[in-house]
Design a protein around this ligand. Structure first.
Ligand SMILES: Cc1ncc(COP(=O)(O)O)c(C=O)c1O
Ligand SMILES: [Zn+2]
Length: 442
């Protein structure tokens, strides 16, 4: 592959950085204006991307190698991530029909089936590990609430790259153990995610080590934008509505980048309506958005957002109380005619049980938040008849074994057969249906 495959362009001043090798030497800022946000551009002709979209069974997102910022395929570190199933879950469609007389097509993007660590952070970690290998980076650090931590922990280990991972004190002990077992260093910071980010930044400075530049990190964005390529490959067009639980919002930012990139070649491609979900226990973006909406989105509305210290959520993955990316995400929500939706965290267990019963699969808590968002979007008329909805579930249950324990209902302690009755699954179904009707009152 030629050495001018890609370059980075500063979003603020347009200055060009030749490649990641230079970008890392510049400490991940623009050489001209010092801006932290640069985007990757490719010199390839996109007509060959259209060819790639015809493939029936890609193994991973590396299928799009020609449109990823890596020169040499030998540097790829992959566990077959990013070419995951999209499933139509008809029980949600039935629910929409029964409860709101809504006819829509609901598809679930199964990141829980990703090959690496079963979350939607695997593609970013695969990209990062490969880029670091190519550029001889052997020390890195990052702050993360859990899934990025685990994914980077695993993939960077595979690449032989050391990583120090700073996690908030409420993050899952199983994630710490998993990462440490690969031989990497976990620092469990006494404080919330903002504090963990601060300590990570101090560490990067003190030891002069590269640190992830967060949700706008071009390494992460470039990998995640391949989700759009995959949806185009699978559906032939973009869905009308996109639903995701948000913490920092890398997913939505990457989707927007891909749409802007492709729109020159595919004039019909549109940004889906973005519905971004947070729970009532950590909802700074929803609060900010509601406030802005009340004032009819005045000039500079995106700069106003609350900061929630130590958010009381139990879903540690989504515990971003200081949403530094809100200014970008809010603009994106407005552009896509989307919305921020608050859901009730105390409904997470019931909905996880419902999905487990209907599909025989276990979603992680952050994925259930996304499903709660779907239910609320159906109830609130966010979805219109005939629309196609894509729900990006980000994780399976592996990361949160304690959550799985909470899903066990109808477990009885018995001392003899006298205490036993013959089971009937229809009773369970009736109970769950009843629960969902309660859900209607949200
Ligand atoms: C399962 C899951 N859902 C949603 C999110 C939020 O992701 P984003 O960074 O796009 O806001 C995360 C982030 O860690 C996640 O792991
Ligand atoms: Zn610049």
């Amino acid at each position: 592959m030629s050495k001018d495959k890609y370059h980075l362009r500063c979003v603020s001043c347009g200055d060009i950085t030749k490649d990641f090798s230079t970008w890392f030497k510049q400490n991940q800022v623009c050489a001209k204006c010092g801006g932290k946000h640069s985007e990757v551009e490719y010199n390839n002709d996109y007509s060959s991307l259209l060819e790639l979209l015809k493939e029936k069974n890609p193994k991973s997102f590396w299928h799009y190698f020609d449109y990823l910022p890596l020169y040499n395929k030998d540097n790829i570190i992959s566990c077959e991530e990013g070419a995951i199933p999209v499933e139509r879950w008809s029980f949600f469609e039935e629910y929409a029909k029964k409860s709101c007389d809504l006819d829509c097509n609901i598809y679930i993007y199964r990141n829980d089936l990703n090959g690496g660590t079963n979350t939607f952070k695997d593609i970013a970690a695969s990209m990062a590990a490969s880029v670091f290998k190519e550029n001889n980076i052997n020390q890195y650090c990052i702050a993360s609430t859990g899934n990025t931590a685990t994914a980077y922990g695993k993939y960077l280990s595979l690449a032989g790259v050391n990583i120090a991972i700073f996690m908030p004190k409420d993050s899952e002990a199983t994630s710490h153990a998993e990462i440490a077992s690969y031989g990497q260093q976990v620092y469990c910071v006494d404080g919330d995610y903002s504090r963990a980010k601060q300590v990570a930044a101090d560490y990067a400075k003190k030891f002069n080590i590269l640190i992830s530049s967060g949700n706008i990190d071009p390494v992460r964005i470039e990998s995640k934008r391949t989700m759009v390529f995959e949806w185009l490959r699978i559906f032939g067009k973009m869905p009308d509505v996109y639903i995701q639980a948000v913490s920092g919002g890398t997913g939505p930012l990457a989707i927007d980048k891909a749409i802007r990139e492709l729109s020159r070649y595919m004039p019909d491609i549109n940004l889906p309506k973005m519905l971004m979900i947070q729970t009532d226990k950590c909802d700074p973006m929803v609060q900010a958005w509601e406030n802005a909406k009340l004032q009819n989105f005045p000039e500079g509305f995106e700069k106003q957002y609350p900061i929630i210290d130590n958010p009381p959520t139990e879903i540690s993955i989504l515990a971003t109380g200081n949403p530094a990316t809100y200014p970008l995400i809010a603009k994106l929500a407005l552009k896509s005619k989307g919305n921020f939706i608050r859901v009730e965290e105390n409904k997470v267990i019931d909905i996880a049980r419902w999905v487990a019963f209907e599909r025989k699969i276990h979603l992680g808590p952050a994925s259930v938040v996304c499903i709660l968002g779907l239910i609320k979007a159906i109830q609130n008329g966010e979805i219109k008849n005939g629309q196609t909805v894509l729900v990006n579930i980000g994780e399976g249950i592996k990361r949160a074994p304690a959550f799985l324990q909470k899903l066990g209902h109808h477990i009885k302690q018995v001392s003899s057969v006298e205490n036993c009755l013959v089971p009937d699954m229809t009773n369970v179904k009736r109970e769950l249906d009843l629960m969902l009707k309660i859900g209607n009152d949200q």
